[in-house]
Design a protein around this ligand. Structure first.
Ligand SMILES: *Cc1c(COP(=O)(O)O)cnc(C)c1O
Length: 397
């Protein structure tokens, strides 16, 4: 749905798109903020108009599991930010991932992906997709030759994520999309860590881009959601799967996510510069072992990231030379950070992957994917940079 002709916005800057994208021109009572359509069902006096809305031949909404004006406001804002022809949305980011994979993968199909995908996505590859006869081949994340070789063997879908969680590994998306095109595989990219402000995978050759809107897109840690953008023909297939399987985005959450989106560019600019300042401070600190941030020139993915991203993002991680006690002491001493899961919020969030997001791996498995036991993931909020740096200086002691 494109109620406002938002395609006109494709030449405009990101904040212009985010503010004006999807906004109705004729909102009730001249409201300047698109109203929240919390209602589940939509009534018709004219049976012919009702029939036309139901078949899609005419305008109008029927039932909010299928379509809802507030949900479409959110979808349209993400659509214009990613420069995509179509968008659809989901109750959570994981619903975006699972509904997309289930739409395109059938028994006997193979998907090629990386070892460092988001934890829930990896579980789909290792536990849930094999149950329906889908095989997933997970390559060492930065090994582009191995990925190209596996893709060349033939696969239905290539599933990528860059930067990755929690060590910010970088994939060359254009290179892998070219490899996928040669064998006719669909390329799906999880763009959650980058946001469309920093990276637009459709321009690099991806077919579909998805997000956990729970993170940067909403940005305030007060609503969950997922979103998918790409060509109309592909997005429609996932929309039809989702409307029947039922993982629809709630209108109240869509309203909050759309509100967050209007300030996305401003927030992401601050997230980027805060993460860069914190990463540079940590890299020069004697009590820090390693710092993982693609904005640092010694990061293995720095060159590719400089080419394919317009900002390095708000998440970094660092390890400490001491043991777990030292890590716990530093975590406990921070005053400007919630010790909590998730990322991409206005408030700084920190956590140890070894005991949270990657707790289901053994220490050996964590070592295999390059996650130090004393790693701390740091999602820089939009606080003032000098305060974040000072807080870390004190905590490191
Ligand atoms: C959080 C996250 C998800 C899952 O999103 P939810 O909204 O928590 O379901 C998927 N991918 C990445 C990269 C994430 O960070």
């Amino acid at each position: 749905m494109n109620p406002t002709g938002s395609d006109d916005l494709n030449e405009q800057g990101f904040s212009t798109r985010a503010v004006w994208g999807g906004e109705p021109h004729d909102s009730a009572e001249g409201a300047t903020v698109a109203p929240l359509f919390q209602g589940v069902t939509f009534a018709y006096e004219d049976m012919e108009r009702w029939r036309a809305a139901g078949t899609g031949e005419g305008p109008g909404y029927i039932y909010s599991r299928n379509r809802n004006p507030t949900v479409e406001l959110f979808e349209d804002k993400v659509r214009v930010l990613e420069g995509a022809p179509a968008a659809t949305s989901f109750a959570t980011g994981m619903a975006a991932v699972s509904n997309t994979l289930r739409t395109f993968l059938a028994p006997g199909d193979r998907v090629v992906s990386i070892r460092d995908s988001y934890g829930g996505t990896t579980k789909l590859f290792t536990d849930f997709l094999p149950r329906v006869g889908v095989e997933a081949t997970l390559c060492p994340t930065e090994d582009h030759e191995a990925l190209e070789a596996e893709i060349a063997h033939g696969c239905r879908l290539v599933y990528l994520e860059s930067p990755t969680n929690p060590t910010l590994k970088i994939l060359d998306l254009a290179r892998l999309a070219r490899a996928a095109r040669k064998v006719g595989a669909l390329v799906v990219v999880d763009n959650t860590f980058a946001t469309p402000i920093n990276q637009r995978p459709l321009e690099l050759g991806a077919d579909l881009v998805l997000h956990s809107a729970t993170k940067f897109l909403g940005g305030h840690s007060d609503a969950m959601g997922g979103v998918l953008v790409g060509a109309r023909e592909l997005v429609d297939q996932v929309f039809h799967f989702r409307e029947i399987n039922g993982a629809s985005l709630d209108p109240m959450s869509a309203f909050l996510l759309a509100r967050g989106l209007r300030t996305l560019e401003l927030r992401v600019q601050r997230h980027n510069s805060n993460a860069q300042a914190v990463a540079e401070f940590l890299a020069s600190h004697p009590r820090v072992d390693r710092v993982f941030y693609p904005g640092l020139s010694d990061h293995p993915g720095h060159e590719i990231a400089s080419r394919q991203m317009t900002g390095f993002g708000g998440v970094l991680s660092f390890s400490l030379p001491g043991g777990m006690d030292e890590m716990n002491r530093v975590l406990g001493s921070l005053t400007l950070a919630h010790r909590a899961a998730s990322l991409g919020s206005v408030a700084t969030l920190v956590g140890p992957p070894a005991t949270t997001s990657h707790v289901e791996m053994s220490a050996e498995e964590r070592a295999e994917v390059g996650i130090p036991e004393t790693l701390i993931r740091y999602s820089a909020g939009i606080e003032n940079p000098q305060d974040l740096v000072e807080d870390l200086r004190r905590a490191l002691g």
